[in-house]
Ligand binder design. Structure first.
Ligand SMILES: [Zn+2]
Length: 1015
């Protein structure tokens, strides 16, 4: 059914009476009343932009049906009046609804989108979080949504709409905002102290320059709402909402047109008092609203009609695009904002900094899947994409949804968290099949026509719990283990492989058959019990055998390629793996000992049971270093002060140092590849300090849990690295794994901070790392997942590793953050195992390690295993491969973020990122050149089209449309001083300026299939 709009509707005669108050109401004589909703902007009045919207949190379980109602009821409501408008945001929901619609409905929706009545804004699969998300995931999930919108509707979203996330990142502003082609960005949550000041100064709306490197060339108009993303109080019109409807039937006792108009004008004027220009926006909707869209539109029709008859203010149906254009058209200057909006507190003692760490296991899972997805898409391209066969789509969708602001944040209920994990696991299984079949194809000799996938590769997703069935095989009777080591980075790289093995007489050979140095390390009791417990919990069975050792060796792999290693039982006397030496130091001993291989040495005091010194003989860094653990006791809210510590909020009651046990033993394991110092800190914290040959950083592996709660106290466990660096209250944390932002303890750039939470109020989100420095040295620490951290004492870095709490914090989740793992219905608190990495450098030299090691942590080697008898596999298969020209590698300051085959089999999506900020490193913060043709040897590039970051429009088109904003007190007025890189179309050489990310759709000569290149 299609409604024709007002023209054919029954006409009504309305009698207009002017009343004493100067206001106007309609007096209705017939049953049907036509409201005039056609009003546009009136330049000399206060314009109230009514923006109808719904906020649909993308959880997998409870909410699908609600959103179907919203979209089902929306279409007839929009068709009933062409002036009505609506914005829709979450593409995961929209796509699910869309695929169930008839062609007729689709046609109608396309018309509504075409006419601007229905507008897609933000446009990612979900409204991603901005604290615990990695920029690559943010880009990927937005690209999925934006490309769908482009393909189905031919439009590109113009507006960022991050109304609910709990604080806002610099990367969101410049990268997922300006660089994606948005003209403005709106959000609801900023710190309560900041908000008061901004309201007073009318600076809720600003020009936000999120990037130090890009400055004004990547700025965006950004608006924080005066309160929340809901309508003003009294204007909620969902069925059953308490707000009075506009009753304009004079025969009824609750006739209230005059009062409602007064309410409207009062609310509009009050908002105008804190807003620059004569435009204010009302966000007409909230979570899962418009399930019966008509109730909202009916009331807004009436309000627009009667308010405009009244005439004091001008009310209109609008969208954030219309609002943005209106703001821009005023030609006004706007205050500037740099940095970000973290951390976020909604009230005194209400710092939303707990979620930076909440659910550390799912945070790690998301990060592992993110790196795997990047590698799997490369392998998918090498093999040739198959829509019906195993592919990476399911993993891409699951990862996209996991970026939602109640997903990777850890602020969802337990059953929803389980569901996100399950979706990721399902996506992984398919991507794992794809990766295995692609590798099987790549190892076939070139003479094969097409791939037979004869080799069945296995992978080890449970290596984190020391469980890897393919490596735990018997190597007797001439059977060998073959390991393919795939490197997704654009440069050659070396790293240490560790896999569990059953036997001690083992030899490792490289692709050329040369014997490599390798080391056997004993499996600690902690690892064995974690392994047995979790294999039982998640796979339902106890492993029949326990491996005796970790086998460690140094593997190297070419850029975008692999090498092969063979592991066999030792046949000769020499050449086998070296068994580690194991030495125990008891606490009574007045001795110190040193571990390390070449340049880097750590000194421990056995007596004190701890690390005391860090020395790098190459860089002449010598620093006193201590490590410690502590826990914060979570505040359990009282009647007078109800704010508890919970999934969102970090509200400690007190802090306690965890002293290493007096009877503690330090176990020192030494060998040619790895030195380790193991320490059971207390019954539920185990720690390993690990040094690798050839690496100049310390790897710390921690195992925390189950956190005891039988004392009735929730605990938030933190660790500290303490040095003598005079860091002067200053530290640096990354924004979504990209730019580093300077933080000063107990201080905010934008307002005078009243400190009421000295720990929680100084916590910041960390995705890549955190560092401190003085005039001689810098201490950098990198993380393996999103985590909260700070520097609460000069010279010290603190990370929060795990949280187990007993109260809900009243912010919406409705559950205490108390994660457990169960075997046979016996549950215990969740144990978290993870790693962080740290290094001390002479000041100014830390960036190289932070950037390159950061990339290696994000993209670990992808390992695939198969078996062979008597060398027959290795001698008949390709043992090393690189997808790029054998003479080429990417510069040290460049990474490939995306290499993905697009639908048509003729195009790939390529995203290249400069890894350094302007001025960050003397050698590497410089323009980089990439030769595109060398990335695709054997293929003819017809053209490389540069696009916006989300690959939904050409970059040049986007630049043309971009609004230029005027900044208060700035002479430049939006003109960029920065030189961006260019592309030489004949030579296909791409330049990248510091921090630049450039996205290309590359078109090749002809359809390719099973494209295999050999190094
Ligand atoms: Zn939300």
């Amino acid at each position: 059914m299609k409604t024709k709009g007002k023209a054919e509707m029954e006409f009504c005669i309305s009698l207009v009476l002017i009343l004493l108050f100067g206001a106007v109401i309609g007096f209705v004589e017939c049953k049907y009343m036509v409201y005039n909703t056609s009003q546009g902007i009136v330049p000399d009045k206060l314009n109230v932009h009514l923006v109808p919207h719904t906020h649909d949190d993308v959880g997998w379980l409870k909410t699908g049906a609600c959103v179907q109602n919203v979209l089902d009821s929306l279409i007839p409501a929009l068709l009933a009046d062409k002036n009505r408008k609506f914005i829709y945001v979450e593409q995961a929901f929209f796509q699910r609804w869309w695929k169930d619609q008839s062609e007729a409905v689709k046609l109608t929706v396309r018309e509504l989108v075409g006419s601007g009545q229905l507008e897609f804004i933000n446009g990612g699969m979900c409204m991603h979080d901005e604290a615990t998300t990695h920029y690559i995931d943010m880009i990927d999930q937005t690209t999925l949504g934006h490309r769908f919108i482009k393909e189905e509707f031919g439009v590109t979203p113009r507006i960022g709409w991050q109304i609910d996330p709990f604080g806002h990142s610099a990367v969101q502003a410049y990268l997922l905002g300006a660089e994606i082609g948005f003209d403005s960005l709106f959000f609801g949550r900023i710190d309560y102290q900041d908000r008061v000041k901004r309201k007073n100064e009318k600076s809720l709306e600003v020009i936000w320059q999120g990037s130090k490197s890009f400055g004004s060339s990547s700025q965006i108009f950004a608006g924080a709402f005066p309160k929340h993303y809901e309508p003003p109080s009294g204007f909620y019109f969902e069925v059953n909402d308490a707000s009075p409807i506009v009753q304009d039937d004079v025969t009824l006792f609750d006739y209230n047109v005059q009062e409602r108009v007064e309410d409207f004008v009062a609310a509009a004027l009050s908002q105008a008092n804190i807003t620059r220009t004569n435009h204010v926006m009302w966000t007409m909707g909230t979570d899962f609203k418009y399930q019966y869209a008509h109730t909202w539109f009916r009331q807004m029709d009436k309000l627009i009609h009667y308010v405009n008859l009244d005439g004091r203010v001008n009310a209109l149906y609008s969208t954030p695009s219309i609002y943005t254009d209106s703001k821009h058209a005023t030609g006004r200057n706007w205050p500037i904002k740099t940095g970000d909006y973290f951390p976020y507190a909604d009230r005194v003692n209400g710092y939303w900094t707990g979620y930076f760490t909440s659910r550390p296991a799912i945070k790690r899972y998301v990060r592992i899947m993110s790196g795997y997805y990047l590698a799997a898409r490369q392998l998918e391209f090498f093999k040739g994409r198959n829509r019906s066969g195993p592919n990476t789509d399911l993993l891409g969708d699951a990862l996209a949804t996991a970026q939602h602001h109640d997903a990777v944040t850890g602020t969802e209920q337990q059953h929803v968290a389980n569901d996100y994990a399950k979706r990721l696991a399902m996506g992984y299984v398919e991507a794992e099949n794809l990766a295995a079949s692609s590798l099987a194809c790549l190892v076939e000799p070139m003479t094969y026509s097409g791939c037979e996938y004869a080799t069945k590769f296995q992978q080890c997703p449970l290596l984190n719990i020391s469980y890897c069935p393919p490596s735990e095989i018997s190597l007797s009777n001439g059977k060998d283990l073959v390991v393919i080591v795939y490197n997704a980075l654009g440069w050659k790289r070396e790293d240490i492989i560790r896999i569990p093995v059953m036997y001690e007489d083992i030899t490792v050979r490289d692709s050329a058959g040369r014997i490599l140095e390798s080391q056997l390390l004993p499996l600690s009791d902690t690892h064995v019990s974690l392994r047995n417990y979790h294999v039982k919990a998640y796979l339902g069975q106890t492993p029949s055998k326990t491996p005796k050792y970790w086998l460690a060796f140094t593997a190297s792999a070419p850029p975008l390629g692999f090498s092969t290693y063979t592991i066999s039982s030792t046949k000769t006397k020499d050449g086998g793996s070296t068994r580690s030496s194991v030495q125990l130091f008891r606490r009574q001993e007045k001795s110190t000992f040193e571990v390390g291989h070449e340049h880097l040495k750590l000194t421990f005091s056995a007596e004190e049971g701890k690390l005391t010194h860090y020395v790098n003989h190459r860089s002449s860094v010598n620093e006193s270093v201590q490590q410690s653990f502590s826990f914060y006791s979570g505040y359990n809210g009282s009647d007078e002060d109800p704010q508890s510590s919970g999934a969102y909020v970090f509200r400690p009651n007190s802090t306690y140092t965890i002293h290493p046990q007096k009877q503690d033993v330090l176990t020192v394991i030494r060998g040619p590849i790895i030195d380790e110092v193991h320490q059971q800190i207390n019954p539920w914290i185990y720690q390993i300090n690990r040094l690798h040959k050839g690496k100049e950083h310390v790897e710390v592996e921690f195992t925390v849990g189950p956190i005891p709660i039988n004392d009735g106290i929730g605990k938030e466990v933190a660790t500290q690295i303490t040095t003598n660096l005079e860091s002067n209250k200053t530290f640096y944390t990354d924004s979504n794994g990209r730019d580093f932002i300077r933080r000063v303890r107990d201080y905010r750039t934008d307002w005078d901070l009243k400190v009421n939470e000295p720990a929680a109020g100084n916590y910041y989100p960390i995705n890549l790392g955190i560092y401190i420095k003085d005039d001689k040295k810098e201490l950098s620490l990198l993380v393996d997942r999103a985590v909260g951290g700070s520097s609460l004492v000069d010279g010290q870095i603190e990370l929060m590793l795990h949280r187990r709490l007993l109260r809900d914090d009243g912010k919406g989740v409705g559950e205490a953050l108390n994660e457990t793992v169960c075997v046979d219905n016996q549950c215990q608190g969740l144990t978290i195992q993870g790693k962080y990495y740290y290094k001390i450098d002479p000041v100014g030299e830390g960036a190289k390690w932070r950037r390159s090691a950061g990339q290696e942590i994000y993209s670990p080697f992808l390992l695939a295993f198969t078996e062979q008898e008597e060398d027959n596999w290795i001698s008949s298969h390709v043992s090393s491969f690189s997808a790029i020209d054998s003479s080429y590698r990417l510069p040290d300051n460049v990474a490939i973020l995306t290499l993905q085959e697009l639908e048509s089999n003729k195009e790939v999506l390529l995203r290249l990122a400069h890894l350094y900020e302007l001025g960050e490193d003397e050698d590497l913060s410089v323009m980089a050149n990439i030769e595109l043709q060398k990335l695709f040897p054997g293929k003819q590039i017809i053209k490389a089209v540069e696009t916006s970051l989300s690959a939904n429009q050409e970059r040049s088109e986007m630049e043309k449309k971009r609004l230029i904003w005027k900044v208060q007190g700035s002479a430049s007025n939006g003109e960029s001083k920065l030189r961006r890189g260019t592309v030489d179309p004949s030579k296909l050489i791409v330049e990248l300026a510091p921090m630049e990310i450039r996205t290309f759709v590359i078109h090749f000569e002809k359809t390719f299939k099973g494209n295999v290149f050999y190094a």
